[in-house]
Unconditional design. Structure first.
Length: 343
């Protein structure tokens, strides 16, 4: 008789935003628009920016510390750190290794996952499978982080008004029941050019010409991506609900990537997601990429702790193009041998 896999769920959440706040008024003139237009068209009112010398690893380490504390654990308890970002500290080593060093999480295996705005869910899939498969491995930190501001062209209205910096983390581990359902992921690399940073990699290394041409800044085809979001969200909802044998009325919360609040609300309305069911967290942070979905989860928990059995429909989509979905059922931590509950 086949052994049922150990349920893996979220034990703690945490977020960290850099201290510099950038309002619509501050970026409107250079982007060739107005503060009112930005808020009406995107729903974003402000975003955060890293300090000089501050990098993705600094934000991610703080978010993980907060998540570990909420889980009632210590960083020494972490067996795995999976970090999702498209703005790493360097091309190598992995930013997760920088975070491991900052935390002093000496027992943790650390590595990056690159799936842009879908990154947290891709990283969660890796962590869930790892925790289920590896004997003696108990806890994983899964963190999404972006420091987009160094890669933004202030004169590019398509990107300057949307993107911000921030990190959000979750601690995953065994739960008594529920946890993550099937996590389904997908990719379409033929559309990779729709949002990217053209230069700085092995195809177009950095030169004086690439810097002068702003090729190290984010380029985005906004209309094509908005169309992608409108097409992919209904498919993701259907897949996740079918896998879980549920209907939308069985779902308590919908936590999605936050490309911008206006677009998210518009697509959710078309999909008949009740306004009170949809978590919208991008108004004061903008699009923080791989951190957006876990930040929305953190934002939702601020209303109060989730009751066991709360069902969360998670929807991810982003550059690559990439996408994924799952149903996460909130559950209490499992009692582990030799470890008091909540210790």
């Amino acid at each position: 008789m086949a052994t049922q896999p150990v349920p893996i769920g979220v034990l703690g959440t945490g977020a960290h935003l850099p201290p510099v706040v950038v309002t619509n008024e501050e970026i409107a003139a250079s982007a060739g628009t107005s503060a009112r237009w930005i808020e009406e068209r995107t729903g974003v009112r402000r975003r955060h920016r890293v300090l000089p010398g501050q990098a993705s690893s600094d934000l991610a380490a703080e978010a993980i510390r907060a998540a570990v504390a909420q889980a009632g654990l210590d960083v020494a308890d972490l067996d795995l750190i999976v970090l999702a970002t498209s703005t790493p500290d360097e091309l190598g080593p992995s930013t997760a290794c920088r975070v491991q060093a900052l935390l002093g999480a000496v027992q943790a295996v650390a590595f990056d996952v690159s799936a842009a705005c879908s990154g947290w869910l891709f990283a969660a899939r890796v962590a869930v499978d790892w925790l289920r498969a590896e004997t003696g491995v108990r806890y994983a930190a899964v963190v999404g982080v972006e420091a987009y501001s160094p890669f933004i062209d202030p004169s590019d209205r398509a990107t300057a008004v949307l993107f911000g910096d921030g990190a959000a983390a979750t601690v995953l581990g065994p739960v008594r029941d529920g946890g993550f359902g099937r996590i389904r992921l997908g990719s379409d690399g033929t559309r990779a050019d729709q949002v990217l940073i053209p230069a700085g990699g092995s195809r177009i290394p950095a030169t004086e010409q690439t810097v002068a041409g702003k090729d190290h800044r984010i380029r985005m085809q906004g209309r094509q991506l908005a169309s992608f979001v409108g097409d992919v969200i209904p498919r993701l909802i259907s897949m996740a609900l079918e896998d879980a044998d549920l209907t939308l009325s069985d779902i308590d919360l919908v936590v999605a990537h936050q490309p911008n609040p206006a677009l998210l609300r518009e697509v959710a309305q078309r999909c008949r997601i009740p306004p009170g069911q949809l978590v919208v967290a991008g108004r004061d942070v903008g699009n923080i990429g791989a951190a957006s979905m876990p930040f929305a989860l953190v934002h939702a928990t601020e209303r109060g702790p989730f009751a066991p059995g709360t069902r969360i429909l998670a929807l991810a989509f982003g550059a690559g193009l990439t996408w994924g979905s799952t149903v996460l059922t909130w559950a209490a931590p499992a009692d582990l041998p030799g470890i008091p509950p909540g210790a």
